[in-house]
Design a protein. Structure first.
Length: 255
């Protein structure tokens, strides 16, 4: 089953220096862009992360410092990537928890205004886990009846993710072939920022989700504890979390 698209959708997979969204960097990025007419485009970027790639990470994706030493930094190609993703919804595998938060951090570090709020996000892993509870390799075998060659390579994983989603739509009659629906279905949280430090409560109010102010409305904390904003901004929180907090703070000035 082909995807029923209103907008282009970009399937994304990142290979990185590690799994810390705030600190780690991209070393390879593949985008499979699917247009509403069904045409597909594939772009793969190798990236110099500007930091050493740990051996344990290289053991997973096979990319070493030597492989990327002459590749561009993300800030040098970020605008090209942002332009390529313009108008696209985004999809991936475990992407809502990792790939998209880390990509948002890279754009912010490069001072590139890439608005994540205008897009729908489809996480194929979430759909898979709700339906079958397995991994990407198993998902590919289960849904596509094929072995995934080159697992943990960005292009192989991204193409497999795209194929799995199409097969999921073929298999499950209760899944709607609609990106708005799939985005909502594959969302497992009520995060305001990607990392989940700020969430919406049952009434839709933005609240902190950590520390002494867990469960307290963000606007109340900012009003009652003026120094808390500065503490967050000077601490080791993701840039996107800080961006969201700043937006809430500025919004309060306009009330």
């Amino acid at each position: 089953m082909n995807l029923n698209l209103k907008n282009p959708i970009a399937f994304i997979d990142l290979e990185t220096t590690g799994i810390n969204v705030a600190k780690d960097r991209i070393v390879e990025m593949c985008i499979v862009k699917v247009n509403p007419n069904g045409d597909e485009e594939v772009k793969t970027f190798r990236v110099n992360p500007g930091m050493p790639i740990p051996a344990q990470s290289s053991a997973i994706h096979g990319i070493t410092d030597e492989d990327v030493k002459n590749e561009p930094l993300f800030k040098e190609i970020g605008k090209t990537i942002a332009k390529y993703l313009e108008g696209c919804d985004l999809a991936g595998y475990n992407s809502n928890r990792f790939d998209f938060p880390l990509l948002a951090e890279e754009f912010l570090r490069a001072d590139i205004d890439f608005d994540m709020k205008k897009r729908k996000f489809v996480d194929v892993q979430t759909i898979f886990h709700k339906m079958e509870q397995r991994t990407l390799v198993a998902a590919y075998r289960f849904y596509c009846n094929k072995e995934l060659e080159g697992a943990h390579g960005a292009e192989a994983d991204t193409k497999a993710t795209y194929e799995v989603l199409k097969s999921q739509l073929d298999r499950y009659d209760n899944l709607e072939n609609d990106i708005d629906y799939l985005s909502k279905y594959s969302s497992q949280n009520n995060n305001v920022d990607f990392a989940g430090f700020i969430i919406k409560d049952e009434n839709g109010i933005e609240t902190f989700n950590f520390g002494k102010n867990k469960g307290v409305a963000v606007e109340k904390v900012l009003a009652d504890q003026p120094g808390y904003y500065g503490w967050v901004m000077n601490s080791d929180f993701p840039l996107y979390t800080k961006k969201v907090l700043t937006e809430i703070k500025l919004r309060g000035f306009n009330k």
